[in-house]
Design a protein around this ligand. Structure first.
Ligand SMILES: NC(=O)c1ccc[n+]([C@@H]2O[C@H](COP(=O)([O-])OP(=O)(O)OC[C@H]3O[C@@H](n4cnc5c(N)ncnc54)[C@H](OP(=O)(O)O)[C@@H]3O)[C@@H](O)[C@H]2O)c1
Length: 349
């Protein structure tokens, strides 16, 4: 099968096999993974998302570390190609999506049937790859942890990125007043089309003044929920517009800087800080992720969420996809797609 193998840690924006420093090698003959239990399922991958975290992982800078050689990649969608003898939930040909800690930058992956979610008819299979992690993280953070309510004010940093777009859409579904923070005209135009209530273009203005002016025009006291995948200076500034009793959702640190949240201010203002690590719920409380994925897939089928694909690349172009992320060009998600299978030939074991 085709697979992108991380053969050594390094800069993922280097073309596969281009030099001794390039982390990826593109293989056309990697062994196809075999079913490893009677309830396992082999999926022919159609699409897999690139994530900021995968870029960090390839450089050995992510909290979950893997020693090369390994096949990176988490979120994926595809078609069931082969099933173990005790599989009851899926049949060959079913459309599914899921996530793995690693392994989705390949044409095939094996998962337990309980780890897979059926993609409803009529939903775009390529886009469905963004559901588990990008949408799952934002859904879980806003709904299960912050319990976001209609009328509350939600401030989303990195709002045009993968988890950010998911957060603004889920915020609107909840009936929140959504303030989006992003950089540059193209992202601002996109966020306008998403119907957010206010946009801060950080290439032109500061968060504090812009958000305060907006809150004043709406006669609102402050931000109730801060969704923060960026950290750094932006996070620090955002603390200045939080209301009494606000909640802070710590999602990630794309700025490269872990922000300090002064606990004396958290005490005085009765803030709640939520550390969010979606992936670890898989090991600790899988039911939470299942409920979240079911909600999201039903919203996807009803057209309530609109997964925006910035660009799709072939596996050999993985470096270009990672460059889009590091150059902050991505709006929504960037994907790697694999060619369709000519025929699905495997059968039930
Ligand atoms: N906690 C969890 O369970 C969980 C799950 C998924 C993702 N995450 C984390 O969430 C963060 C965002 O992930 P994502 O997939 O949404 O990433 P993404 O699509 O690349 O978006 C990140 C956004 O961060 C902003 N940014 C600010 N400084 C940046 C910099 N120096 N380099 C790149 N981007 C920068 C960019 O917005 P502007 O250019 O508009 O400023 C960009 O749109 C990552 O840290 C990821 O690891 C956490």
């Amino acid at each position: 099968m085709e697979a992108l193998v991380c053969r050594k840690l390094g800069d993922p924006t280097l073309p596969p096999d281009s030099s001794e420093h390039a982390p990826f090698t593109f293989s056309k003959s990697h062994p196809i993974p075999i079913l490893n239990s009677s309830t396992s399922v082999r999926v022919r991958i159609k699409s897999t998302c690139l994530m900021f975290a995968t870029g960090l992982q390839t450089q050995g800078k992510y909290q979950e570390k893997y020693a090369p050689p390994f096949i990176p990649g988490s979120d994926y969608s595809g078609v069931v190609e082969s099933v173990g003898p005790n599989v009851t939930k899926f049949e060959i040909g079913d459309r599914v999506c899921s996530f793995a800690y690693v392994g989705s930058f390949a044409q095939y992956i094996v998962a337990e049937e309980t780890e897979l979610y059926g993609v409803p008819d009529g939903c775009d299979l390529v886009a469905a790859a963004a559901i588990p992690v990008a949408y799952g993280t934002s859904h879980f953070a806003l709904i299960s942890r912050a319990k976001l309510k209609s009328g509350q004010v939600l401030l989303v940093l990195g709002a045009a990125g993968g988890v950010g777009v998911a957060a603004i859409q889920i915020g609107k579904i909840c009936g929140a007043t959504v303030i989006a923070v992003a950089r540059g005209a193209e992202k601002v135009e996109f966020l306008k089309s998403e119907g957010v209530d206010h946009i801060v273009d950080i290439s032109k203005e500061g968060v504090i003044e812009s958000v305060k002016a907006f809150l004043k025009t709406r006669k609102l006291k402050g931000v109730d929920v801060l969704y923060d995948p960026v950290g750094g200076k932006l996070a620090k500034e955002s603390l200045k517009v939080l209301s009494w009793g606000a909640q802070i959702l710590v999602i990630g640190f794309t700025s490269g800087e872990v922000p300090v949240i002064p606990v004396n201010i958290a005490l005085v203002k009765n803030w709640t800080v939520h550390g969010i690590y979606w992936g670890r719920y898989d090991a600790n409380r899988r039911g939470v992720l299942e409920d979240s994925s079911k909600d999201l897939l039903s919203w996807f089928a009803k057209g309530l969420i609109n997964i925006h694909i910035s660009r799709t690349y072939k596996p050999q172009e993985v470096h270009l996809a990672f460059a889009d992320i590091t150059d902050r060009k991505v709006i929504g998600k960037v994907m790697i797609t694999f060619d369709d299978a000519k025929a699905i030939t495997s059968s039930k074991l």
